[in-house]
Design a binder for this molecule. Structure first.
Ligand SMILES: Cc1ncc(COP(=O)(O)O)c(C=O)c1O
Length: 467
């Protein structure tokens, strides 16, 4: 079973290494000691073995199932064949030899698909975000970001020329207004329009799964800064392929193409390829080329990479992803209906063991995110993860520092390849676990450790031999 190989790689990775390294070179010992801090909290990240389709998947970024169905592979082969005897490598950066016609053509097609002036393809969405913060803000400018912004945006803060870096409370309009207003007193050049503000948001937040109130944020920014010196960059990593007509993203759903200066679409998720696409106007494209060293002091994407991105966009454009996109919406609605009908979930929510903010008022929302965060109190997210894993379901636990201190969650990603029965099993399993945990918490159980975790710990102690 998959759980054995996963736990066998995850659990030993948490054993402390520093104490046994007294006589080793100090260079390596110090690194191990630094990692021991995470091991002590059983939160050291490790590389995990891959699983196959026998495991119910609530984790991968193959939301539309283009990867596991082979659809993207077939489209890719066809696309590559159409390129004849191509030169594989770009053989240079975009500002040197690497700016080839095929790349430019695919960028024009993608820009047209999203209704943008230009598109710029780079190696990853991560570097797209870093490059934007490196290349767009000028000295003295400001960056204002949602507190739940992705690690790539946070890394961008370390290389940006912006003088002011401020966060507003997650998806909170009052906090956004307050932070944006505060810039006026920090430097009068913001009010006069002589310095600019770049606002970083995400269409669907990767951990909480909630959607950005983009229209409202835009209207506040325009009201406070009528000179147009406050502009947005939106990370559409999770909405690409999932929201909007043919998966064009949140900005497209809201018809805000003209209002949003920069959109970043990631090809590593629903599109099932790799790479980042920066949608922007010609001014920003030129600024990226001039100032974003992490985008231009690097070899340009190769022909196979561009072919796989074009293959994915061809699937979007031709309507072949509409059905899986709709399936995800149906599944998410089923998930909410089922969990709200289960009295054990209700008890666990009432007693504060779990919370599913997105299940509240779900019927009032027009469209849904495929990420459903099941928030867990008391640091029990690993226990729920093990419970699900032992039932052959994979939904990862997320703890600090990926989410704020004192919080934890199990992140359930709903895919087109999950079945209604899979969703039912998931809801049932979390219900069973919650019931058991509530018994433990009320003191009605002989054990203080839930049964699946006990079993996993027993297996580890016995050298992974099942009785
Ligand atoms: C919100 C968000 N932004 C950026 C990235 C990075 O994208 P890529 O995989 O293309 O580097 C991710 C992927 O984990 C993400 O979830």
């Amino acid at each position: 079973m998959y759980y054995e190989s996963l736990l066998q790689s995850m659990l030993p990775a948490q054993d402390l290494r520093g104490p046994a390294m007294k006589d080793e070179p100090a260079f390596y010992r110090r690194l191990e000691e630094a990692m021991d801090v995470h091991r002590q909290k059983r939160s050291l990240m490790c590389l995990k073995p891959r699983w196959d389709s026998s495991v119910a998947d609530y984790t991968t970024s193959d939301f539309l199932s283009l990867n596991r169905s082979g659809k993207i592979r077939d489209a890719f082969y066809e696309e590559l064949k159409s390129q004849g005897s191509f030169e594989l490598s770009a053989s240079g950066s975009r500002v040197q030899y690497g700016n080839y016609d095929y790349l430019l053509q695919v960028e024009r097609e993608i820009a047209a698909f999203h209704g943008a002036e230009t598109a710029f393809i780079c190696h990853s969405g991560f570097f797209a975000n870093v490059g934007i913060l490196e290349g767009v803000p000028q000295p003295g400018d400001a960056i204002v970001m949602d507190e739940f912004s992705h690690a790539s945006t946070r890394l961008g803060l370390k290389v940006t020329l912006a003088a002011h870096k401020l966060e507003f409370k997650h998806n909170n309009l009052d906090s956004f207004r307050e932070v944006m207003t505060s810039l006026k007193s920090k430097d009068p050049a913001f009010a006069s329009g002589d310095k600019s503000i770049l606002i970083c948001v995400e269409s669907i937040y990767s951990m909480e799964g909630d959607i950005c109130p983009l229209r409202e944020l835009v209207s506040i920014a325009k009201e406070l800064y009528p000179a147009g010196n406050a502009q947005f960059v939106i990370d559409e990593a999770h909405s690409t392929g999932v929201l909007g007509q043919n998966g064009a993203g949140l900005v497209s759903v809201l018809g805000l193409e003209k209002e949003i200066a920069i959109r970043v679409h990631m090809c590593s998720k629903a599109l099932s390829s790799t790479g980042g696409v920066i949608l922007c106007n010609q001014t920003i494209r030129s600024a990226l080329v001039q100032y974003a060293r992490c985008l231009t002091y690097s070899g340009a994407p190769s022909v196979p990479m561009i072919a796989s991105i074009r293959a994915g966009y061809n699937l979007f454009r031709s309507g072949q992803t509409v059905e899986p996109q709709e399936t995800i919406q149906r599944h998410v609605k089923h998930f909410f209906t089922k969990l709200l009908d289960d009295p054990r979930w209700q008890d666990a929510m009432d007693e504060g063991l779990i919370a599913v903010p997105l299940a509240e008022d779900w019927e009032e929302r027009e469209y849904h995110s495929h990420i459903v965060a099941v928030k867990i109190s008391g640091g029990h997210e690993f226990a729920l993860f093990v419970h699900l894993l032992m039932l052959n379901m994979n939904a990862y636990p997320i703890s600090y520092p990926t989410v704020p201190k004192g919080t934890g969650l199990v992140r359930c990603l709903i895919h087109a390849h999950n079945t209604i029965e899979d969703i039912d099993r998931l809801v049932e399993a979390i219900g069973d676990w919650s019931e058991e945990m509530l018994e433990i918490q009320r003191g009605d159980s002989k054990s203080t450790v839930p049964s699946a975790l006990r079993r996993a710990m027993g297996l580890q102690a016995s050298g992974w031999k099942e009785n």
